[in-house]
Design a protein around this ligand. Structure first.
Ligand code: PRT
Ligand code: ZN
Length: 287
């Protein structure tokens, strides 16, 4: 048996750190002693973990120093390195947007003609300008982009936005979204057969974790004379589990409901005579 380990690069500290570590933990991958370290290992999965600045992760994965990595699409597309995206992870959601002073009007990309744009994303912004046939000056700044118009360094900004409160506090307003972003799992384009196997194992676990988050386990009591009607309302994975209750004339029904249809279904089930409805989060879901 080989002792190859899958090498993953995750953010050392910042907005993606906690969710990245949590995802690994939910996949049964416990990290050994993470504090203040550049790298660590797992005792529960053949994995070596590198802690890096998010900006460096695409390069490390392209070079094969790390086999896989977790990074925002914003950074991945800006760095424009050769890696493959294997899974959308759904956390770290934000957008890269053009923002302008609140008292100005925006009439589409042509409003940017001749303007000075402050951004930490020069590549993505220049691609956007090219696509829209706009000539503008890009000023690359590495942090606090939102203050640039206020101090006269730029006319507008292109920056990451999530709630919008940073823009608001700096007298700016969002004018146009250039890119919608979330964190993704990326991989080196070539991996050994053993690492492919480990990656597939990890992907299988990630998919079980993701599915479990989109579903709820539901238990309810149903009067036997309305059991068929109630069962017909339940999608479930297969058919629901039905167990007799101690009280005669009643059954307990167990099933799985999708998060997005959950409230609506519960309402319909109640109207059909269901009682004592319990909703339980699912930890893993393997189909
Ligand atoms: O040290 P390192 O280089 O690793 O970290 P970093 O400072 O470059 O990144 P970090 O930790 O701030 O963000 C990591 C990743 O989180 C980003 O690359 C995005 O993929 C994602 N993300 C999600 C965000 C935001 N939401 C976000 N709101 N990254 C930054 N912001 C900033 C934004 O730049 C602006 O300053 O938050 C402010 C805006 O937030 P709102 O809520 O006021 O709109
Ligand atoms: Zn960064």
């Amino acid at each position: 048996m080989s002792n190859e380990k899958l090498k993953i690069a995750i953010q050392k500290s910042g907005r993606l750190y906690e969710d990245s570590v949590k995802l690994l933990q939910e996949c049964g991958i416990e990290l050994r002693n993470v504090k203040d370290r550049l790298r660590t290992e797992s005792d529960t999965f053949p994995m070596e973990i590198f802690f890096l600045r998010d900006d460096d992760i695409p390069q490390y994965v392209e070079d094969g120093v790390a086999d896989i990595g977790i990074v925002g699409q914003n950074v991945l597309l800006e760095k424009n390195k050769k890696t493959d995206v294997v899974e959308m992870l759904g956390f770290g959601k934000c957008r890269l947007s053009i923002a302008i002073p609140r008292n100005e009007t925006y009439a589409g990309p042509s409003s940017l003609e001749g303007k000075r744009i402050a951004t930490s994303y020069p590549f993505l912004v220049s691609e956007y300008l090219k696509k829209n046939n706009v000539n503008a000056e890009i000023h690359e700044i590495s942090g606090s982009v939102e203050i640039a118009p206020g101090i006269g360094l730029a006319d507008v900004v292109a920056d990451l936005v999530s709630s919008g409160s940073t823009l608001f506090m700096n007298g700016l307003k969002e004018a146009e979204v250039i890119l919608q972003s979330q964190s993704v799992l990326i991989r080196n384009t070539v991996l050994s057969a053993e690492k492919e196997t480990l990656l597939n194992k990890l992907l299988f676990r990630i998919s079980a974790v993701k599915k479990s988050k989109r579903n709820k386990y539901v238990l309810l009591n149903a009067p036997n004379d309305r059991l068929d009607e109630i069962i017909a309302l339940l999608p479930g994975m297969k058919s629901p589990t039905v167990l007799p209750l101690a009280e005669s004339g009643w059954s307990s029904v167990h099933t799985v409901l999708k998060e997005e249809e959950f409230w609506e279904k519960i309402e319909i089930l109640k109207n059909a005579g269901a009682e004592g409805i319990l909703v339980i989060p699912i930890e893993k879901m393997i189909l």
